[in-house]
Design a protein around this ligand. Structure first.
Ligand code: HEC
Ligand code: HEC
Ligand code: HEC
Ligand code: HEC
Length: 130
């Protein structure tokens, strides 16, 4: 009986997850703990990222998300596009420019860049790396 409930719950979670994944309105997790897994340093430094708070602050998805065109150049965010992990493109092996060569570089440029420019959001290390 318990097993049946678990199987049902799992199937439901899978279907619900699938529906969310295939929907254009998938806004992703509310809070993320970002951690490089490919080019990680000797001392891992996870960063806390309140995703929903940024969306609620009225920031466009394209402030952070983009894709890669057939020419290898950045492709602008479009509604419902497949959103990949930053590190799937920003890793040492991919040969990206210096300011976005790794997840760390891409994140520091994007996150700190906006916080500095907008005068809002943390710029000190322990405010993101708790
Ligand atoms: C606005 C938020 C933010 C601030 C401020 C910030 N970082 Fe980061 N940092 C990140 C994110 C996001 C990543 C990529 C995910 C990860 O690996 O932690 C990262 C990655 C790193 C990494 C690679 C970690 C790893 O696991 O490989 C190091 C090292 C690092 N940061 C050091 C610093 C230092 C030192 C400072 C202060 C001078 C700093 N960061 C300030 C957000 C921030
Ligand atoms: C301030 C930056 C920022 C904004 C604005 C933002 N996101 Fe994100 N989002 C991120 C980061 C960073 C991640 C984690 C990427 C990673 O793990 O490499 C993420 C993850 C996601 C994921 C999960 C992807 C996965 O790996 O499963 C989805 C879906 C998503 N965002 C959708 C959205 C949508 C839709 C919007 C606009 C309504 C939006 N985001 C706005 C930064 C942002
Ligand atoms: C599908 C691949 C892909 C993904 C996923 C991706 N990027 Fe990029 N990104 C690119 C390409 C391509 C460029 C342009 C590189 C060049 O100029 O040669 C770029 C450039 C950048 C730059 C430097 C130029 C600028 O706009 O300031 C930053 C910073 C950056 N990306 C951050 C991020 C962050 C943060 C994420 C995750 C939220 C992310 N990228 C996800 C492909 C990607
Ligand atoms: C396009 C601009 C922009 C980008 C890119 C951006 N932020 Fe922010 N961030 C903000 C603003 C604006 C606030 C203040 C929001 C508020 O107080 O409601 C903020 C606040 C924060 C806070 C503090 C939240 C709190 O509870 O006070 C953290 C932590 C943070 N950002 C981390 C990040 C990380 C990590 C990234 C990169 C993955 C990032 N941000 C990218 C604009 C940005």
């Amino acid at each position: 009986m318990v097993k049946k409930i678990i199987v049902c719950a799992t199937a439901f979670a899978f279907l619900a997850g699938f529906a969310a994944f295939s929907s254009a309105a998938d806004k992703g997790p509310e809070t993320l703990t970002l951690q490089s897994t490919v080019d990680k340093s000797d001392k891992p430094k996870p960063a806390t990222f309140p995703h929903k708070k940024h969306q609620d602050a009225g920031l466009a998805c394209g402030e952070c998300h983009h894709g890669k065109g057939a020419d290898g150049k950045q492709a602008a965010y479009t509604d419902g596009m497949k959103i990949e992990k930053c590190e799937s493109c920003h890793n040492k092996a991919a040969g990206m420019p210096k300011e976005a060569a790794t997840f760390k570089d891409a994140a520091h440029t994007n996150c700190k860049g906006c916080h500095q420019k907008g005068g809002k959001g943390p710029t000190k290390c322990p405010e993101c790396h708790k």
